[in-house]
Design a protein around this ligand. Sequence first.
Ligand code: MLC
Ligand code: AMP
Length: 507
Amino acid sequence: MGNHLFDAIRAGVDPHATFIEKPDGTVITYAEALALSGQLAAALVSLGVQPDDRVAVQVEKSPEALMLYLACVRAGAIYLPLNTGYTLAELDYFIGDAEPALVVVTPETEAGIMPIATAKAAKVATLDDRGGGSLMALAQSQDPDFADRARLADDLAAILYTSGTTGRSKGAMLSHDNLLSNALTLKEYWRFSARDRLIHALPIFHTHGLFVASNVTMLSGASMAFLPKFDADQVVRLLPSSTVLMGVPTFYVRLLQHPGLTREQVSSMRLFVSGSAPLLAETHRQFETVTGHAILERYGMTETNMNTSNPYDGDRIAGTVGFPLPGVSLRVADPETGAVLAAGETGMIEVKGPNVFKGYWRMPEKTAAEFRADGYFITGDLGLIDARGYVQIVGRGKDLIISGGYNIYPKEVETEIDQMDGVVESAVIGVSHPDFGEGVTAVVVKKPGAAVTEETIISALQDRLAKYKQPKRVVFVDDLPRNTMGKVQKNSLRQTYADLYQADGSA
Ligand code: MLC
Ligand code: AMP
């Protein structure tokens, strides 16, 4: 019995080929990557990590961090990546909920995480972005020839926390085959081969940068220019020696503002992929005018990996997310009754297939509530299938903001603001933002005479919420608009503040 995901990766690569090129030009071959991931897997085992144990990881992006993901897969552990922006208050929740055997953090976070990890009997190790830290030190003394632990298709490979459709962050349980089947499908659909070089500028703690970008690259034996984060100058510089870019819409908005983006600069590129948030049709058109390339937009979720994609050959239509991927069944249903709707009608997007997750970690009722009796997962996205079969996402049935490709659950921000002195209540909404797509915006009712201001609210959130969840603006009102049922009318607030970021140009 083998290791379902890792065997497929190992089988697809040429050990002598380049896997990763760092910004300083240093190259890591597949052989080196396999050896280091083997040493890290052995280090995990020596720290007592057992099959199915969670390994929670909050570290800066680096090739070693990616090897740690592979190491967890090889050691039969469940990889649990965490956004580097999360505060200790947020980490406390994730660690309490997931109960990892090991928490890997940066040396800077070690002291802060210690009491949180200790309270849950988790060990702590460190990894920095220069290949140092206690975990790396331990790995260096291990045998690179690690005997991979046996893992079946349905065994869990990862848990990714997501704000999901409702409630607190939930851990989406992803199996070896959820990841492998989707990456193999994308490899075929997007025509990946060992000749490709991907510009990897996404974070590696989410589905897009970790599974879509990295798994597809590895399963193709391709290489990637691995950037610590998105930087328009660096991406433009890498374009002439690369073939593919994957990004969130903000990448494309920023690239279009760069004078170096020209047809000549992209002459070796064959594919630009966008996803994680809606790409404005205007961005799609402008990009095609400047580069001659139609961005390929696809649609996915943490819970489902990728569901749909515009075609590789054929029309990539702006404002659509293309067709269901091979093996994925997608339908549009009445959100209340679940009745399947005809083409052209708008309703809830539901999906089924080998890509769909195994449920939310330790939340069987929540899991059951998000699936139909016939196994379709209720995405929370509203959309339609047009006459040509293209899927269009027209809105969200879930109260969710997507800013620069990161999801923010408004209730979490509202709960923090509502607890502050001088605040009666708040409503947090997403408002059109030129750079981030949507800007997190708090509409607050304060107590008469209270000294609370925009600055005091934002500064009180610093240690509580990751930066990307914090409101870009706070506005004060006398009352929140409500319907006859007493529910806050967020649509009306979104209309009122529609021009907030356009008008003052603030970030
Ligand atoms: C950074 N900031 C953000 C932000 N990213 N604020 C709101 N939304 C974001 N996404 C904050 C910074 O902390 C900073 O605050 C200020 O905004 C400006 O920062 P910046 O330097 O301009 O931002 P930058 O670091 O360049 O990051 C922007 C970004 C990044 C778009 C490059 O957010 C990013 O890489 N996003 C990708 C997210 C992603 O991978 N999503 C995939 C999820 S998977 P200050 O005050 O310090 O200046 C998924 C499934 C699927 O959704 O379908 O793929
Ligand atoms: P996450 O929970 O971070 O995985 O985000 C998943 C959500 O991102 C989906 O449910 C959609 O609402 C949104 N999303 C992903 N890709 C697209 C896209 N191409 N267009 C519009 N929304 C998208």
